[in-house]
Design a protein. Structure first.
Length: 133
C-alpha cells in the first residue's frame, strides 16, 4: 500500500501482523529524525523511519521483529545490490528510538523502545539474510 506523497512522520508503517505499508515515494524524506547537526547525525534524508503500533517494547510481536529484519535487508540491498555487508556495518545500519533517545539525551525523541540490544538482534537477523542472497 502507498501514500499519495504527503508529509508523513515515518517512511513505513508496520501493523501487528508484520505487514508493511509504504508511506513515502522513493527518495522522499519522512519527518521523523529531525535535521542533521554535528551533534546529532540521525536525520530525515539519511534515515528510514518505521512506525509500529507498540506503546512499549513488550508490545512488539515476533512477526514484527522478523518483518523489520526483512525490510532492512530489502532496503540495504536496494542501495547496495552487489555488496554483502559486514556484521559491524549492520550494527550501524539499524538504530532504534531508544538508542537515539539515549544518544541525544531526549532532544530528538524520548521514546525508549527499540534500545541498542534490540537493534543489535534485528541487525544480526538482517546480516544473516543478506549473506544468503
Amino acid at each position: 500500500h502507498r501514500n499519495g506523497g504527503g508529509k508523513v512522520s515515518a517512511n513505513y508503517y508496520m501493523d501487528r501482523t508484520g505487514c508493511v505499508f509504504i508511506l513515502t515515494k522513493g527518495g522522499q524524506a519522512a519527518y521523523h529524525a529531525g535535521r542533521k547537526t554535528d551533534e546529532y547525525p540521525f536525520y530525515n534524508q539519511e534515515s528510514t523511519g518505521v512506525e509500529m503500533p507498540a506503546g512499549k517494547q513488550s508490545d512488539i510481536l515476533p512477526e514484527m521483529y522478523a518483518s523489520a529484519a526483512y525490510l532492512a535487508a530489502w532496503q540495504y540491498q536496494e542501495g547496495n545490490p552487489e555488496k554483502k555487508p559486514s556484521r559491524e556495518e549492520m550494527t550501524k545500519y539499524i538504530i532504534g528510538h531508544g538508542e537515539i533517545a539515549e544518544y541525544t539525551k531526549g532532544k530528538v525523541t524520548t521514546h525508549n523502545d527499540f534500545p541498542r540490544v534490540v537493534a543489535d538482534a534485528i541487525s544480526y537477523l538482517t546480516w544473516q539474510l543478506l549473506q544468503k542472497v
